[in-house]
Design a protein. Structure first.
Length: 465
């Protein structure tokens, strides 16, 4: 790679920079297509900032929508919806995965730079079995999406004839929803109410939840589970941590959201119950990075919003289709904190967690907090105060919720997104991009600092706390 400075400190472009550029290129092309008249419904006009926002949200598999009517269905025709679905698929697979597919079509061999590009895109530590992972990546994606679409089609066609109009419409909704769910995107083409009209459909809720969970686990975990014939003891530490954290967060998220929304009902029987258990379960799964909801979040209690912020911040797992700091990062941080109390080295499942892993986890955590804090302050500055529209008033809690949702590529919102100023929308666009690529990748994408002379300094105690 080309050195830009010579001497003591050398800077060089890293392969991950090409991933960042590839995502930018896809977003830019998508914005032009979504702004074009042939993508829009008759009589609809979209500002470029909203087309760019939608393209970024789809490519970064987020699901936030800033369109004036708050709906992809009311804005885009069939071609526009196909563009959105394609951007979601590209974002879920990753630009490097698609680049590798073209490389393999042209040549059977990958250069070292190409292998490094793919390795960093998938966030893996070894070059071993890249082609195998690549083929499994595509196979798992399309099998999961196809099966999910078929199941959703039967549910929509036979149980929701009032929503879908005929076989073609049912297939269109089913395939779009399946692609969006597996890639943890949170887009739908039912209107501005997300999946609220399906809150009591147990089958549809479970299918979408399974697609979200499956996509969020990550291809490496899925491959490991299949190759080890579903025997937990034989799985790698990575897979064990991801599965354990996923189950833990779903269960804890379901219970805490349910209790938060119904606490007043439990204390005072005259108070109306807020959220049923199915809605709580679905929201716990979706909050991790999917962005679908069967409950009006504008009516959610403050405690529930804060709990969802935490779940969104943690997010999905490495190699998955979701965002956030990732389950493995949260796990490594917790183990390191625990080790401060028991004096033992961070470990889990009879395996030691390396010092380098813990250091990366802390770095990622603090970079994420810094990025989020910076853009939240900017959003507050751009908005100035509360946003009042119709019978709704949005305040700072709604702004923070949207910022967390954008960074974690979730897509949940209390409804404020379409009413943001241009400056705030740009902040959310940048947060979605940073959240999808990763704060560390963004920070190190263009330059990598190399020190030729290593120095060791004398240790000295520093008072803490």
């Amino acid at each position: 790679m080309k050195n830009f400075l010579r001497g003591k400190h050398k800077f060089e472009i890293r392969p991950v920079a090409f991933i960042c550029i590839a995502f930018l290129l896809v977003i830019f092309i998508g914005s032009l297509l979504l702004r074009a008249p042939f993508s829009l419904n008759e009589g609809v006009n979209v500002d470029y900032i909203d087309a760019l926002f939608t393209s970024t949200s789809a490519t970064c598999v987020t699901g936030l929508v800033s369109l004036p009517n708050g709906s992809v269905a009311d804005t885009y025709n069939i071609f526009g919806r196909i563009v959105v679905a394609t951007l979601i698929q590209i974002g879920g697979l990753g630009a490097a995965t698609l680049a590798m597919s073209f490389i393999l079509i042209i040549s059977s061999n990958l250069s070292m730079n190409q292998q490094t590009l793919i390795k960093e895109s998938w966030n893996i530590s070894s070059f071993k079995g890249l082609k195998k992972i690549f083929y499994y990546n595509f196979l798992i994606t399309f099998i999961a999406e196809f099966v999910g679409a078929i199941l959703l089609f039967f549910d929509l066609y036979f149980l929701h004839g009032d929503v879908v109009k005929g076989v073609d419409d049912a297939f269109g909704h089913a395939f779009f929803l399946s692609i969006s769910a597996f890639n943890n995107a949170g887009f739908d083409i039912f209107g501005s109410t997300s999946l609220i009209n399906f809150s009591n459909d147990v089958f549809l809720n479970l299918i979408i939840s399974l697609l979200i969970i499956f996509g969020g686990l990550g291809y490496l975990v899925i491959i490991d589970i299949i190759s080890k014939k579903f025997k937990f003891k034989k799985l790698s530490l990575h897979s064990k941590v991801v599965i354990s954290m996923t189950l833990f967060l779903i269960i804890v998220g379901t219970l805490t959201i349910y209790l938060s929304e119904n606490m007043a009902h439990f204390i005072n029987n005259n108070e109306k119950a807020g959220m049923n258990f199915l809605e709580s379960f679905f929201l716990s799964v979706s909050t991790r990075t999917a962005g679908f909801t069967t409950y009006n979040l504008y009516d959610a209690r403050i405690a529930s919003i804060l709990l969802m912020n935490i779940l969104m911040f943690v997010g999905a797992s490495p190699g998955g289709t979701g965002g956030g700091i990732k389950t493995t990062t949260a796990f490594a941080l917790f183990m390191r904190i625990r080790s401060g109390f028991d004096g033992k080295h961070p470990h889990a499942f009879k395996r030691s967690i390396s010092k380098d892993t813990v250091q990366k986890a802390f770095t990622l955590f603090f970079l994420s907090v810094l990025f989020l804090s910076f853009f939240i302050v900017l959003i507050f500055a751009f908005e100035g105060g509360n946003i009042e529209t119709g019978d709704k008033t949005f305040d700072s809690l709604d702004y923070v919720f949207d910022a967390f949702s954008a960074f974690a590529t979730v897509g949940l919102s209390t409804g404020v997104t379409p009413f943001f100023s241009v400056g705030s929308k740009i902040c959310l666009i940048l947060l979605m991009y940073i959240g999808r690529i990763g704060p560390m990748s963004i920070s190190l994408s263009l330059f990598k600092l190399k020190r030729n002379n290593k120095r060791n300094y004398v240790d000295e105690e520093l008072p803490i706390g």
